[in-house]
Design a protein around this ligand. Sequence first.
Ligand code: NDP
Ligand code: 2IT
Length: 444
Amino acid sequence: MSYVDEVIEKVIAKNPGEPEFHQAVKEVLESLRPVVEANEDLYRREALLERITEPDRQIKFRVPWVDDKGQVQVNTGYRVQFNNAIGPYKGGLRLHPSVNIGIIKFLGFEQIFKNSLTSLPIGGGKGGSDFDPKGKSDREVMAFCQSFMNELYKYIGADEDVPAGDIGTGAREIGYMFGQYKKIRGVYEGVLTGKGLSYGGSLARTEATGYGLLYLTEEMLKCNGKEIAGKTIAVSGAGNVAIYAIQKAQQLGGKPVTCSDSTGWIYDPEGIDVALLKEVKEVKRARLTEYAAARPSAQYHEGRGVWTVKCDIALPCATQNELNLDDAKTLVANGCFAVAEGANMPTTLEATKYLQENKVLFAPGKAANAGGVATSALEMSQNSERLSWSFEEVDSKLKGIMVNIFHNLDDAAKKYGHEGDYVVGANIAGFEKVANAMIAQGVC
Ligand code: NDP
Ligand code: 2IT
């Protein structure tokens, strides 16, 4: 049996009941075959694949808090510190009722390679809780965040582990967590990113994941003789990533016509009204029915269905496994020629394969959505030098990073004989730097 297959088997046996983690490991390791085969003796001796698929540590803790009725609630908190070969652990905190250790591990594992691709010195980690911020008062969210930090503070620090936002964690939650960390530790440091602008946040971090997604997509299209201008775009999600992806797509002359949340989706043939979407989601924290109520051109549908809309480009920006094989078939039948993942692992393995076999340009999340964490690393740099850069400076660095990522993965794919396969390219380009650093640092 090949080394890759052996390790995939071991990971599945050692981590039962964690399908998302198995999926992420399979996707990465299978596409590493060319580089693993070229270095098989060394990697086996180093147990490199066993080491890279085993987190440095997993922290799990109780998060008790008091709701507005005086009732004590208990959630579970997680932080998985996966790999710090090239820098301090870095990755977001997901607050969603679906969160469990397998989901945090898949996200932490992906983050290792994504962070490496940014070319910045950040290792991989992820955390979160099964707490649902939806429908909670600000005071309840604060109570949860403070309790979460009462435990998490022991394991993080500006040079150790720097969490940030993800699903359900935005500026409000990061603010409460930062305040509590400062209170407990008595240190004012860049321990979290995605902070408010008046206390160490970076301009353009809010926009970074969505903007970065479009910068990379634009470059991928350009290198394949296509462009965003004039194209119809289907977007899923209606959160941080989706909103700023829609905004940048419009700035580049594209026409995003859909968005979605966990209860339904919008088809707006005139193009999504970003100002209205921001008002509904960022200010009112309301459902998309409110968008439809305020916009005569918009149709609201219950459930899922974004990928049934005829489009040229699809940008999944909600959550994992939201684009399956049937969706991929529909997209291809409707003439979609590019899919770029704003979310983490939104496309199932079967759907990815189908899209690639049908010559759809496919940019995997660990490359396409790396603009968020890259800008988080720029926030860390600004915090370290105690300076703040202008929006234009951060945005132009972000654009440079995304263009560079595309060329790195394009080159890696070509080097190993898989031209145009950006999944193979991203995984190999992200992996090589981490693997070399791990070997250079010895068995630890
Ligand atoms: P938000 O919480 O801001 O938005 C998430 C959006 O996706 C919401 O519209 C939400 O709907 C929808 N959604 C979430 N879970 C589900 C679900 N199980 N089924 C259907 N819809 C769902 O999160 P972000 O925009 O920050 O994150 C979106 C994706 O992008 C995630 O995969 C995240 O890991 C990834 N990502 C985020 C980065 C960042 O900087 N924020 C960076 C890189 C990747 P509802 O409001 O109804 O829950
Ligand atoms: O998945 C991701 O890359 C994020 N949620 C952002 C992580 C970060 O540290 O900014």
